[in-house]
Design a protein around this ligand. Sequence first.
Ligand SMILES: C[S@@+](CC[C@H](N)C(=O)[O-])C[C@H]1O[C@@H](n2cnc3c(N)ncnc32)[C@H](O)[C@@H]1O
Length: 499
Amino acid sequence: MLRASIRATKTNITIVQLKIGAQIKMQRRGANHLLRYIDIHDSLYIWLPNMNIREEHRMKNIADIGNGKRNQMLEEDSAIHNWYQFILGYPPHLVKYYLNEFNIQQGDIVLDPFCGTGTTLVECLKNNIKSIGIEPNPIACFASRVKITITLDPNELRNYLGFILNSSKLSFKHLGIKDDYFIVDEPKTKKHIVLIKSIPGLNEEKWKVVPTGFISKKPLVKVLIIKEVINQIEDTRIKDFFKLSLANLIVKRAGNIAFGPEIGRTAPKEDIEALNYYFSQSNRMIADLEKFKHNDTKAMIINGDSRNLDHYLDNKLLGKINFIITSPPYPNEKDYTRSTRLESVILDFINSKDDVREVKTNLLRSNSRTIYVTDTDGECIKGFDRICKIADEIEKKRLQLKKNSGFEKLYHKIVRHYFGGMYLHLKSLKPYLAKNAKLAYVVGDQMSFFRVYIPTAELLAEVAESLGYRLVKIELWRTRLATVTKQQINENVLVLENL
Ligand SMILES: C[S@@+](CC[C@H](N)C(=O)[O-])C[C@H]1O[C@@H](n2cnc3c(N)ncnc32)[C@H](O)[C@@H]1O
């Protein structure tokens, strides 16, 4: 099987590097045009004429990836993406698929209006395509921003990593904290080591918004000490890089949390080996940057609300965006601010209940914890019979079943405000799209509200068509098991064109 990376693309030849001993099975028609090869060290360099520059990032045939694994990231794609991720995000190969399907080229602009942790932006960067992301959740927005800051100098980062490790080690020792620590190739530092002299903690306001039991005392103290050390770094871009690595430590190691896909509490971890993990994680991130350090493609992330794009996008972008690849939230009970709460609080993105509310105000109404009495998005879909009927049916079912909790009473409103919010999004997006721009929205059908079926892609297609978009197709991405009904339901890609 030819598994190779393209090394040079500026001329009309392509150089492919293969490890000696690798099995070479040429399936492309161009195989007969093999020109010549040279053998350097343990690699074989092969010249192929006129091979498509984008071959390297071509989508693996989706059909080759079984339904169960379709939403999982492939190992070969993981660089940068795995620095920090949403369980509810989509994998890089989905973005690759649409980069290929839409024939997106350098010079095009891709927008991801619900960009989460930046999967679309990072994949665009890897393919030298300009991209813009919009995201209101501050930690997700932060993660995307760090991931697209790929021009940091790896050697400088190693120097800072040495500073963080040595300062944390010294502070742990000073404060009587034991952290089993074994690093073979410890990075040297020229930086002046700092000492954290007292044990840090979270204040009362912060504790009020962290779900009970999400982190134990010893792991928290270790994380907070490393955070204080990182905060001494003056260069914001470097500081943020190491803060994101700390977010990874919080989610993957320090917190008593797991995702399935909802966030849940695990058995408490009394203690962790913080520095070993932090060192390996930061080192992996630096190694990833090494691969992309010569890439100067532009990407931008905006902290904003995609229901009002005119508040956030520059007028220079009017009529200029050629492609959308995105996945908005679905109408269900998933609360993204809760699944990112622990790291958001520890890293100071959310400090109080008011902060949580402020973030939620900018979110699409997709669950009962983001619905407020002042919400009006639902007004926009009053003329859409199918959507209104589904909302009415949900409320009728609630009354029949005598379900009277505050959350359940909001279910029918979620459906109205969700599709109303998507109406506002598609409306505010239109002026920024180039004529014939192509759009891919990954959305799941739902049955979370008293088992009433919500065909999300079909309903969004109706909303889009009313606003002057053409429905190109609804493609099945995968099926997944509905938590409540244990039935397989569809996750689709709604493909639209701007007329
Ligand atoms: C399904 S996730 C996207 C995940 C993303 N594709 C990734 O791979 O990380 C949906 C995202 O939409 C964001 N979101 C919710 N309401 C929004 C709004 N009004 N404007 C922009 N983004 C919003 C959520 O915070 C969440 O990060």
